[in-house]
Design a protein around this ligand. Structure first.
Ligand code: HEM
Length: 254
């Protein structure tokens, strides 16, 4: 930044944003990932089976889990699909750019749009994440398996719900020069938490009754990720160590 002529005081002002960008997005994303998974007991069982053999090494009470995002993506497709589905359901960031030269875009119906140089444009990631023309009629639902075929480029079908349509719409971390630089770090943090929870703990609703997740709270333009209504007040869980996992020591490998 200093090489680009930005004064010390402004460098400090920009850098103070970093912890906010990191915390305000990762914490609510993890809250939803945890809640969407843990409130589906069948899914928890499936995921335990998937992660236990794929990325966990246990030697007595010493447990090592690989939290590296590419290892999880490759070896735990269902967990990674849940992660992507959580990002899709909860991110509503608006990315802002300035058009640097006159640019004409055309849509699928052949209509053309001229973006004039110097104009600021805002792109709503949340809108892309929920359009039925990309995601299909169940776009508003959390589907743990939705992203299982997402990266399969041999699937050439088009239309709502196809991997091709989903890949066009799915931009949870923005794109281009300002693509979120913290995305891999964020994924590793969240995987470390989720793997520990899935393997080491039993989690149930606070009152022992039915799972009822809080709705999304009102969204503000400065948050990238939805927060639970009333800060999740009234929603709680009870956790206890899983049988056979009471005295483990956790190691996290990247
Ligand atoms: C789930 C967690 C996160 C989400 C959903 C998220 C999302 C985003 C999005 C949507 C953008 C805007 C990209 C654009 O305008 O095209 C962004 C930018 C940014 N993020 Fe993240 N982020 C997360 C975690 C983090 C973490 C952990 C860090 C730092 C350790 C971080 C640092 C940044 C920075 C510095 C930028 C600005 C990049 C630039 O303008 O060049 N983010 N993030």
């Amino acid at each position: 930044m200093r090489d680009g002529g930005i004064a010390d005081g402004d460098v400090a002002r920009i850098e103070i944003m970093l912890p906010f960008a990191a915390m305000t997005n990762t914490v609510p994303t993890l809250f939803w990932l945890f809640s969407f998974i843990i409130s589906r007991p069948d899914l928890v069982l499936q995921l335990r089976e998937e992660v236990e053999s794929a990325i966990t090494k246990r030697d007595g009470d010493e447990v090592t889990v690989r939290v590296n995002a590419s290892a999880v993506e490759e070896r735990c497709p269902l967990l990674w699909s849940c992660y992507r589905e959580t990002l899709r359901m909860t991110i509503h960031q608006i990315s802002t750019r300035t058009v640097v030269q006159d640019t004409t875009l055309s849509d699928a119906k052949g209509r053309e749009y001229l973006l004039k140089a110097g104009t600021p444009i805002q792109m709503s990631i949340g809108t892309l994440n929920t359009l039925e023309e990309y995601w299909g009629p169940d776009a508003a639902e959390f589907d743990p398996t939705r992203f299982l075929n997402f990266a399969d480029r041999s699937k050439t079908a088009e239309g709502p719900g196809s991997p091709k349509a989903m890949r066009t719409a799915f931009q949870p971390f923005g794109g281009g020069q300002h693509l979120c630089p913290g995305r891999m770090f964020a994924a590793a943090e969240m995987m470390a938490f989720m793997l520990t929870m899935l393997l080491g703990y039993e989690v149930e609703p606070l009152d022992g009754g039915r799972w009822e997740l809080p709705p999304f709270g009102p969204r503000s333009v400065i948050d990238a990720v939805a927060k639970p209504a009333k800060d999740g007040k009234g929603f709680g869980v009870r956790m206890r160590k899983r049988q056979g996992w009471e005295s483990v020591r956790w190691n996290f490998a990247f």
